[in-house]
Ligand binder design. Structure first.
Ligand SMILES: *Cc1c(COP(=O)(O)O)cnc(C)c1O
Length: 409
């Protein structure tokens, strides 16, 4: 059995161990929820303080030029591009992932104006499906949403499909889709694919251009450590830029916003996918997270993430009973999280959080643990399972206080 000494030896050899002190985590907390809200980078409070006091407070509106606020969406887009295998001029930071999904769906429809189906899988992250529904309603019946089970996706590809929207790393199970293979199969039928990278960007190597991807979206506040509600991102392959009239045609996507023309003329390139004024405070925090991420070697992140997940599965299976693995056992097929199911999952997770191990719960029965290699170590995984074992042994999760559902789980 894996001992505490074994995991300490792994931490001692960890090439990423130095990144731990780049993040400010509370004393005594083992944070296994960086897949939902990344930890706070050291320095982000000082950076925000300076943006608020010096840039906003002193330089006021001049900061759009003096501090290059106006280029923040492009600049951050360029940094995100390096993490997802895109060119700098193919990614723009801003909005929420939900809104960027709408932008990508409406763009795909313009590439195939005669097609009527937008396709995704059942059990996808809800916002992806909900945004499709809204678009179908807006179309007055011309566009139809179709959701099919994961194993029926390939059969559902047809020349009537205008867009395939998939989440690369499944939010609940952590299962990975084969991006290169599915993109090629869809494109063989003329279907552009929109990859939702919310649980992939910053968690594992992604190579959008090597996969010939069309569109991608993702969150800034998960593995990119951009802070709560951080700006999201949108990738559009260069070959599509000039063919798309942005449906969310806001003034900052105009070719010359400061001409204040009555008529909209899209900017060239990725700039046309900007909409309104960027959220500068959010951009400033996100940039702190991105700068740390760009210092780390993505291959090392992936290797450690696989090892942490494998260790967790092994420890759960040797030390606990009554839990069922709901993530792929094979690390090749898994993102940077492991989900286990238990019928009392909610209460067990609350009891675990009370003991300083923070994961989360996804209905109806999943305890979800995210492994963020920049600030989670092998001993953390060992301790997390040790505390879970102790909670199961004592039965403390049965206490009433752990059985009251909060608004956010
Ligand atoms: C977290 C997540 C989102 C979140 O979308 P927001 O608009 O930022 O709330 C979207 N899609 C997936 C797959 C996610 O995991």
């Amino acid at each position: 059995m894996t001992s505490l000494d074994d995991v300490r030896a792994l931490d001692a050899q960890d090439p990423l161990a130095g990144f731990r002190n780049r993040f400010a985590l509370p004393e005594g907390v083992i944070y296994l929820d960086g897949n939902s809200l990344g930890a706070r980078p050291v320095g982000v409070a000082e950076r925000l303080d300076s943006v608020v006091r010096d840039e906003w407070g002193e330089d006021l509106i001049r900061s759009w030029n003096m501090h290059d606020w106006i280029n923040a969406p492009r600049r951050l887009g360029g940094k995100i591009a390096r993490l997802i295998g895109a060119n700098a001029h193919e990614v723009i930071a801003g909005e929420s992932t939900s809104v960027n999904i709408f932008k990508a769906l409406t763009a795909s429809l313009q590439l195939n104006p005669e097609r009527s189906i937008i396709l995704s899988e059942t059990g996808n992250f809800p916002t992806d499906a909900y945004m499709m529904e809204g678009l179908a309603v807006l179309s007055g019946g011309r566009i139809r949403q179709s959701l099919v089970a994961r194993d029926a996706l390939e059969d559902a590809l047809s020349p009537d499909v205008a867009a395939l929207l998939l989440t690369h790393t499944h939010y609940k199970s952590g299962s990975l889709h084969n991006m290169a293979e599915l993109t090629a199969k869809a494109q063989a039928l003329g279907i552009p694919v929109i990859w939702d990278l919310s649980h992939s960007a910053g968690a594992l190597p992604v190579d959008l251009n090597a996969c010939n991807a069309d569109f991608a979206v993702g969150c800034g506040y998960k593995y990119l450590n951009g802070g709560p509600g951080a700006p999201a991102f949108l990738f559009v392959a260069q070959r599509h830029h000039e063919r798309i009239f942005p449906v969310l045609s806001g003034w900052l996507g105009h070719a010359r916003p400061f001409d204040f023309d009555d008529a909209y003329e899209p900017a060239s390139g990725i700039d046309r996918f900007q909409c309104g004024t960027p959220a500068i405070l959010g951009m400033a925090a996100l940039e702190c997270g991105l700068d740390i991420m760009l210092e780390a070697d993505m291959a090392a992140i992936r290797a450690k993430s696989r090892a942490l997940g494998d260790l967790f599965i092994k420890l759960v299976e040797t030390r606990l009973e009554g839990f069922e693995l709901r993530s792929p056992r094979n690390a090749d097929k898994r993102g940077s999280q492991v989900s286990i199911a238990h019928e009392h999952g909610y209460a067990i997770m609350q009891a675990l959080i009370a003991r300083g191990v923070i994961g989360d719960f996804r209905a109806p029965d999943i305890l979800r643990f995210g492994f963020t290699p920049l600030y989670v170590g092998y001993e953390d995984v060992w301790t997390a399972v040790d505390r879970l074992a102790s909670i199961m042994q004592s039965g403390e999760w049965r206490q009433d206080r752990f059985n009251i559902r909060a608004a956010v789980t």
